[in-house]
Design a protein around this ligand. Structure first.
Ligand code: SF4
Length: 403
């Protein structure tokens, strides 16, 4: 039996459809794969400085958002002019997570063209406009970082020649596809099938067992058998929605390990990974990052990657931008803690979460595991991986629990 359609409205914000938060309008800019050109970042930085609260917030899907917007139309016009919102009808459905290091460090193959092809196909599909802004696509280049997050529809590369991938639904591999077109088509078929088996469902997790089985059958009927079954993820893992944000010699190999510090790319260039306090990138700092004139990637763990640098440029970047607030130290607490906006920015918050998290970090108590602080049970922006949730309670305290 189908799950009843969701009664509530999907209030995920976009560029054209902002969210009325307590601190003003909030707009979210989708960056498929977390990728952005420097000129585009410069436009967003200026918009944040001129028409919002002067920051770009990093979200748990590698997107950016602006808060406290005073001129929604001006922000939308700037985002459109930068080519970051190419379709008003499909603005909120371009939720594509991509292995952040793909094409530069490790991975079975460069998955960036696949993400671009999926974005193109999504925008060309009129039916995709009705997809929930919460539905998440994933493209994993074989290292397992995106598959571990259990996107609604995910392609996990298995071979480079020919390009072949396992296709998973909510973390469960259901078949395999060969060739970019077939892989993209399989991912789109999961989204289309969701609406077919359960009209109104936002995500795969909204389905009951019967609807999920029918969706699996529908998608798998057009696929080859699974190439490898290690994309199966423990069903006990809890994943939350994105509702709202030391140097190392080798690339992180374990999902969840921070991509923070100095990394050597496979082609000999340098990749710098950094974080910022509270996941809030000041507009002025964003302008300086854009001035480096290098490709930038925002990761689902709220990291900022500056890519394809020469050693000399990378050294200059660290020397100039670290004093401005870009943190290149993987041992920094800010590489392991995150939070929602809390009070007063959100009317639902029981506490000024940002202030409390800053105080927690300044206290100097070691951060032994990833922590995410939230102002209420909704748990906005919670990391996909296992973490310690620190949730404000109505009595003024905080409750800690592992999620
Ligand atoms: S978790 Fe609660 S307090 Fe925090 S942003 Fe979401 S709704 Fe607001």
């Amino acid at each position: 039996m189908n799950q009843p359609a969701r009664a509530a409205t999907d209030r995920c914000p976009g560029v054209f459809d902002t969210h009325p938060a307590a601190d003003g309008a909030l707009a979210r800019v989708r960056l498929p794969g977390g990728r952005i050109r420097p000129d585009q970042l410069e436009v967003l930085a200026r918009a944040a400085a001129d028409h919002a609260d002067g920051h770009l917030e990093l979200t748990v899907r590698g997107n950016l958002q602006m808060r406290g917007i005073t001129d929604v139309e001006a922000v939308a016009a700037a985002v459109v002019a930068a080519g970051l919102a190419p379709s008003s009808t499909h603005d909120k459905v371009r939720n594509i997570e991509l292995s952040p290091l793909t094409g530069r460090i490790g991975g079975i193959a460069d998955a960036r063209p696949l993400a671009a092809a999926l974005d193109d196909a999504l925008r060309a599909d009129p039916a995709a406009a009705s997809l929930s802004g919460r539905f998440l696509f994933g493209i994993d280049d074989g290292r397992g970082d995106i598959a571990a997050r259990r996107p609604d529809a995910c392609a996990v590369l298995r071979t480079a020649t020919p390009l072949a991938a396992d296709i998973s639904i909510g973390g469960i591999a259901v078949g395999s596809a060969t060739g970019p077109e077939s892989i993209v088509s399989a991912l789109i078929s999961v989204a289309a099938g969701l609406g077919e088996v359960s009209p109104g469902a936002w995500r795969v997790r909204d389905l009951d067992a019967d609807a999920r089985r029918r969706l699996t059958d529908l998608v798998a009927s057009a696929l080859d058998p699974v190439i490898d079954d290690d994309t199966m993820i423990d069903d006990d893992t809890v994943i939350d929605d994105d509702t709202m944000i030391d140097d190392a010699d080798a690339a992180p190999s374990t999902p969840g390990e921070p991509i923070v510090g100095w990394f050597d790319q496979d082609d000999g260039a340098v990749l710098l990974g950094a974080v910022v306090e509270l996941g809030r990138l000041p507009a002025r700092l964003a302008e300086f990052i854009a001035a480096v004139q290098a490709p930038v990637v925002f990761t689902p763990d709220r990291e900022i990657l500056l890519c394809d640098l020469s050693e000399g440029v990378a050294e200059t970047v660290v020397r100039v931008l670290a004093p401005m607030g870009l943190i290149f130290d993987a041992a920094s607490p800010w590489a392991s803690v995150s939070c929602c906006v809390g009070a007063p920015g959100c009317a639902s918050a029981h506490a000024p979460v940002r202030d409390d998290l800053v105080a927690r970090v300044q206290d100097g108590d070691p951060v032994a595991e990833r922590e995410h602080w939230v102002g209420c049970a909704r748990g906005c922006g919670s990391p996909a991986e296992s973490h310690l949730s620190v949730e404000a309670t109505p009595d003024g305290g905080y409750e800690r629990r592992r999620r």
